[in-house]
Design a protein around this ligand. Structure first.
Ligand code: HEM
Length: 371
């Protein structure tokens, strides 16, 4: 997608794509749009009618947005998340122990994908999260984020949506009588005025999908960037404190969520242009990380950058609630992988996932040489 962002940028920081649609790959303009309350997200209600999953407060403007976001925030605050460190490390260690002692394995299917899924399902307290059905529903749902791909996909999505709804309704019921130490138990215990029963299923779905479909790509994209640059891989292997920099640089250089959008709630003057109420702006997050206005040598992956002002987790009201968790997961996953297999190499071409919204790998064959 990166050459496309360059083309967009060549047309100016903000340009019109069609009558009511604008595009921007400028870090400055996208940052402004995402932080400006005169832009909202409400147009996504129309997308929903076309069959996309409902994603709770990600698709709401204040005041509904505020109520639900405030409710989940404490669970995912940096402090709360730091306490998951032990659980995450345990999950990662278990996955690494299962990797064959020597030879080839798929880094995505064998490591990057199951790890965040295990974490989010554990946090939500979902029993049987390892079942093949549950994994399939989650994957079908997640793949719908970039839009429906075929009629077959639409049918699968409908079925997955029905099943997940059932699972979450049953689970909410169960946690009302048998609360545990999980997010759903907290939600059902809250007074009805805060979070009603109709909020619960979309909220669970949002948290589940956010955990299923994003962090896997941050882990995969970071490992790929390092393995493609043996010098960078070696430096991180020798100095694990650089893992943090590698994850941050990947969020700039190759972020899992490539774009989002906002709708103008009133006429807005932006970059010298007039955006009319109702117009939509596509903010190309993946392009903003390579904006030469704010980053030197933008197409170079560089562990020594100090630039941390990327928009990979968006900005403003909808700034990713899971950012501290995602960063912690990716840091632990990459650190433990390199510590265990410092001699890992790429072994054959990987495959990118379909769609342009989520950027990541469907597979990455790697080889372990044990010394
Ligand atoms: C929102 C990216 C992981 C929960 C967002 C948005 C982005 C994003 C770009 C905002 C979209 C917009 O402004 O329109 C990412 C990336 C992740 C990640 C790149 C991993 C590397 C997670 C995880 C969770 C999560 C693990 C689990 C809790 C959420 C929620 C929102 C959100 C609840 C909605 C926030 C709101 O609308 O106020 N994420 N996310 N994310 N993310 Fe994440």
């Amino acid at each position: 997608p990166y050459p496309i962002y360059e083309e967009v940028r060549a047309r100016g920081p903000l340009s019109r794509s069609t009558a009511k649609l604008w595009v921007s790959a400028s870090h400055d303009i996208c940052g402004q749009v995402l932080r400006d309350r005169r832009f909202g997200v409400q147009m996504r209600a129309e997308d929903q009618r076309s069959g996309s999953p409902q994603l709770s407060f990600l698709e709401m403007d204040p005041p509904e947005h505020t109520r639900l976001r405030r409710f989940v925030m404490p669970t995912f605050s940096p402090k709360a998340v730091a306490s998951f460190d032990g659980q995450i490390t345990e999950i990662v260690t278990g996955l690494l122990d299962a990797v064959p002692a020597e030879g080839r394995f798929d880094l995505v299917a064998g490591y990057a994908a199951p790890m965040p899924i295990a974490v989010i399902t554990r946090l939500l307290g979902i029993p049987d999260a390892n079942s093949a059905e549950f994994q399939r529903y989650g994957a079908t749902f997640g793949s719908a984020l970039g839009g429906l791909q075929s009629l077959k996909h639409a049918r699968e999505l409908f079925e997955a949506q029905r099943q997940l709804r059932r699972i979450f309704i049953d689970l909410c019921e169960l946690r009302r009588t048998e609360p545990g130490d999980d997010v759903i138990s907290r939600m059902v215990a809250a007074p009805d005025t805060q979070v009603g029963p109709d909020d619960l299923v979309p909220l669970c779905t949002l948290l589940l999908i956010a955990g299923f479909e994003t962090t896997v790509n941050l882990i995969g994209n970071t490992v790929l960037a390092l393995l493609e640059r043996p010098e960078a891989w070696r430096r991180v292997a020798e100095d694990p404190s650089l893992v943090d920099a590698a994850v941050e640089e990947t969020l700039r250089f190759d972020p899992p969520v490539q774009r989002t959008a906002r709708v103008a709630r009133e006429d807005v003057e932006l970059g010298g242009l007039r955006v009319a109420a109702g117009d939509v702006i596509i903010t190309m997050i993946g392009g903003t990380g390579r904006d030469p206005q704010v980053v030197d040598r933008p197409d170079e992956f560089d562990l020594d950058r100090s630039h941390r002002d990327h928009l990979a987790f968006s900005a403003g009201l909808h700034y990713c609630v899971g950012a501290p968790l995602a960063k912690l997961e990716a840091t632990i996953a990459v650190r433990e992988l390199i510590a265990r297999f410092p001699d890992l190499t790429i072994d054959g071409p990987g495959r990118r996932r379909a769609g342009s919204l989520i950027r990541g790998l469907a597979s990455l064959p790697v080889r372990i040489r044990r010394s």
